[in-house]
Design a protein around this ligand. Structure first.
Ligand SMILES: C[S@@+](CC[C@H](N)C(=O)[O-])C[C@H]1O[C@@H](n2cnc3c(N)ncnc32)[C@H](O)[C@@H]1O
Length: 230
């Protein structure tokens, strides 16, 4: 039986290289690697989680999908215990951007130019992008996806050894070129939702007499991307 994979995880899966040896960090149910294995897109996978409960759930799903011989289950805080497994691609999905950055920071073996990191922050993507660009990682692609009315971003990154300075606008929304070269409906919907929530924040901050310099800058950027007039 194949895993019940949703559009968010499908978008992340699309960034995993064909034939990869995958580690899925924070796997929970294991649906992402189970899907890729069942589709024959990858050969082997390491499924890891910091908690025993989710790992047991993943193990059961792997057994049901008849994939036990191609899977290793590892209890691990982030990617710490996954060095030496011959991994080529890592997925770290469905967690906060700050936690994903912390997981990368605690695993120095991820600073390897051949590794692909597929990262899907549920919150604070700006913290993750800022961490990546100031710690020698480059972002190769950003993919926006809409799943059951919610909008998500998936980030494909690798270690390049080069730090880059990015603007607050790029930290919050990714480099403009990613959007301009692939202006999808999901990307537009993602930016529109951000614009709505920033507009609410501005109203609240104005009432409280707080500075809105950053928010105004971000709103200008979003209107620009969306071709909206001021
Ligand atoms: C919301 S689930 C996401 C599951 C799946 N990756 C997805 O995107 O649908 C988050 C999982 O990450 C695990 N987790 C949280 N902190 C972790 C850490 N530091 N290292 C490994 N796993 C972690 C949790 O136990 C949980 O199973």
């Amino acid at each position: 039986m194949s895993a019940p994979i949703n559009k968010r995880l499908l978008a992340c899966a699309s960034l995993v290289r064909e034939g990869a040896r995958l580690a899925d960090v924070g796997t929970d149910h294991g649906y992402l690697p189970i899907y890729l294995l069942s589709e024959g897109r990858i050969e082997r996978a390491v499924l890891s989680d910091i908690n025993r409960g989710p790992l047991a759930k993943a193990e059961e799903n792997v057994r049901e999908a008849d994939l036990t011989t191609r899977v290793k289950l590892v209890l691990s805080d982030g990617a710490r215990e996954l060095d030496g497994e011959g991994i080529t691609d890592y997925t770290v999905c469905g967690m906060g951007g700050e936690l994903i950055a912390e997981i990368i920071d605690k695993a120095p073996h991820l600073k390897c130019e051949d590794l692909n990191l597929i990262l899907q922050p549920m919150s604070k993507p700006e913290a993750l992008r800022a961490y990546l660009y100031s710690n020698g990682f480059s972002i190769d692609r950003e993919l926006f996806v809409t799943d059951e009315g919610k909008h998500y971003v998936c980030i494909l990154a690798h270690y390049s050894g080069k730090n880059a300075n990015i603007s607050p606008e790029e930290a919050y929304f990714g480099k403009r070129e990613f959007y301009e070269t692939a202006p999808t409906e999901s990307a537009e919907a993602y930016f529109r939702t951000k614009l709505e929530s920033l507009t609410r924040v501005i109203v609240g901050k104005r009432r409280g007499g707080e500075s809105i310099d950053l928010e105004e800058k971000l709103v200008r950027e979003l209107k620009n991307r969306l071709n909206l007039k001021d």
